[in-house]
Design a protein around this ligand. Structure first.
Ligand code: FE2
Length: 397
């Protein structure tokens, strides 16, 4: 393990850099990390000498629990083993994650409210959705990594809300990739948030059935799009693009989709995009009747649905946009560690920063470390779906 390429709140430093006030949590013994029975701050030089005498070359120091004066908490540019910038980046990212969580909670709350109001026969207020769409666009235009990570973390019981938000978010991300203008992105996002609104009128038992649907049940689920036509017709101020995104996400290029059996040129680009993102998000989510797929496995299925169902050119463009290892997805590194793709800014798809937390070789959690694949000799072995793991990755998001 190379200490210059991995970082977290606990860092590995050479014994020569160990100073008074640093909190030692483990020592490096015969190239492996050994937790010590009495971790604590170094109070006397004798403790350092004792470690040296015992031929300890490296120690693990917890930055958070070290004293403010030990040199770790302030910018200490003279120390090559310590990376103060990483702490700043982490703090910024924490703030961004908190903001992303807030935005998602707000969007979820809005969808819940509107769904129950629609169920009660109330007309949809478009303005509220536009405000959420605007915030979503802001977050995609800026640094979307935090949002991607938070939205990758899904709960089984909130599928409909999370799926609606993710479809909107993916439409904005995809639209930005295609250089569509901001107003169009906003209309697409509103359509994405509302795209499954018709499900509010579908029988809940069938909607959440754990097993395979009978043909009759599937016909019943398809009704959600016919209900959506009614709801769209009653909604004032909704753009045609938003309506199209909502009403076209189950259409197919060969005309065999529903609710209108539109085909080829009858399906505009934003309508075709809605079919792609809806399928991608459904495949990569855990449902009551199936496990989540890795993005790579989902792409394979989506390619098999071209050109009769999905637009082939757009599917390939979508894969380029999302990337084979999107931020928030799980990957296995060449040293058998599992991590979350954490940061992809300014990088190619194969060299993100990965937040590692588990070893499938040893079947146990590891220290949480950020591995920068630009600087590391490690590489991504494959994308992993959460169902392939025997542990829950959610605490590490
Ligand atoms: Fe749908």
């Amino acid at each position: 393990m190379n200490d210059s390429i991995e970082s977290s709140n606990v860092i590995k430093i050479p014994i020569d850099k160990l100073a008074l006030g640093m909190f030692v949590s483990a020592i490096d013994h015969q190239y492996s990390k050994v937790a010590i029975s009495n971790p604590g701050q170094i109070k006397h030089r004798d403790a350092i000498l004792k470690l040296k005498k015992n031929s300890i070359a490296f120690v693990w120091v917890d930055i958070e629990r070290s004293s403010d004066t030990c040199g770790l908490k302030k910018s200490n540019r003279s120390s090559s083993a310590i990376r103060p910038l990483m702490r700043k980046a982490t703090a910024t990212r924490d703030g961004q994650q908190a903001q992303a969580k807030k935005l998602l909670a707000e969007a979820k709350g809005l969808i819940k409210k509107v769904m129950s109001e629609t169920f009660g026969g109330k007309a949809i207020e478009v303005g509220e959705f536009e405000a959420v769409a605007d915030k979503m666009i802001e977050s995609v235009m800026g640094d979307a990594d935090a949002f991607k990570c938070i939205s990758a973390l899904r709960t089984k019981d909130a599928y409909l809300f999370e799926h609606s938000i993710n479809v909107a978010f993916l439409l904005v991300t995809f639209g930005k990739h295609l250089n569509l203008d901001r107003e169009l992105l906003k209309q697409m996002a509103v359509g994405g948030i509302l795209h499954d609104i018709g499900k509010i009128k579908v029988d809940n038992e069938i909607l959440h059935k754990p097993g395979k649907l009978t043909p009759e049940e599937f016909e019943h689920i398809k009704l959600h799009q016919f209900y959506a036509i009614e709801i769209m017709n009653e909604t004032k101020g909704l753009s045609q693009v938003s309506k199209d995104v909502c009403l076209m996400h189950h259409e197919k290029l060969d005309g065999r989709g529903y609710p209108n059996g539109l085909k080829d040129e009858q399906l505009p680009q934003h309508g075709r995009m809605s079919c792609i993102v809806d399928i991608f998000d459904a495949l990569t989510a855990t449902r009551c009747y199936k496990e989540a797929m890795s993005p790579a496995a989902a792409f394979k299925i989506m390619i098999s649905l071209t050109p009769f169902h999905l637009d082939q050119k757009l599917v390939y463009e979508f894969i380029r946009c999302v990337g084979i290892y999107p931020v928030g997805s799980l990957v296995q590194l060449s040293d058998h560690r599992i991590g979350i793709v954490w940061d992809s800014k300014g990088r190619d798809a194969l060299h993100p920063i990965v937040k590692c937390f588990y070893s499938i070789k040893y079947k146990r959690y590891t220290d949480v470390t950020m591995v920068d694949l630009f600087k590391s000799e490690l590489h991504i072995e494959r994308g992993v779906s959460p169902s392939m793991l025997d542990v829950d990755p959610s605490p590490f998001y």
